[in-house]
Design a protein around this ligand. Sequence first.
Ligand SMILES: [Zn+2]
Ligand SMILES: [Zn+2]
Length: 187
Amino acid sequence: MSQAPDYTSVEEKTYCAVHPDVETALRCNRCGRYMCPRCAVRTEVGYRCRECVYQQQGKFYKATERQQALALAVVFALSLLAGLILPRLFLLGVLFFSLPTGVAIGELAFRAAGRQRGRYLPQLAVGMVILTALIANAGAIGEVLRLIEVADRLPRGVDVGSLALQRLLPIGVYAALCSLAVYGRLR
Ligand SMILES: [Zn+2]
Ligand SMILES: [Zn+2]
C-alpha cells in the first residue's frame, strides 16, 4: 500500500508580477495581481499595485492645466481683494470673516476648474493666498520692518514688539484662516 502524497501541504509559490524572481503572497486588493513589498503601495483602502494607484489618481485628478490656471487666477484676484479688506478690520472681524471668505474663494475656484481636482491645486492656491496677503499688506509689513530697524533709537516706552504684533497679527490670522478654507475646498 503506497501512501498518497499530501497535496494540502504543498503550497504553490507565487511571485511578484513585476519582479518574477521575488516570491510574495501579497496581492493587490483591486486587480488581484501578486506584488512584492517594493511594488505594493499602502493606500487608505489597503495595499495596491502601482498601476492601480496611478489609475485611481488619474481618475481623481482630472482638472486640465487650463482649468487649474483659471482656478488659480480666480484665487489670485479674489484673495488679493480679500487681503486688502479683511486684515484692516478689527481682529474680531478678521476672525469672523476670514474662514467664510476662504470658503467662498475656494468654491468659486473649484467652479472655475470645472469642478475637477488637480494634484497640486490646493497647495498652489494656498501659496496664492499667502502671496496676495503679502502683496496687499506690503505697506504694513514694510512699516513693521522699518520700526524694527530703528528700534534702538526710539524713545523708551515704545514697545516695538507689541506694535509689530498689532500690525502683523490680523494679516497672519487672515492668511491662515483663508488659506485653510481654500485648501479644504479644493483638496
Ligand atoms: Zn492592482
Ligand atoms: Zn515587485
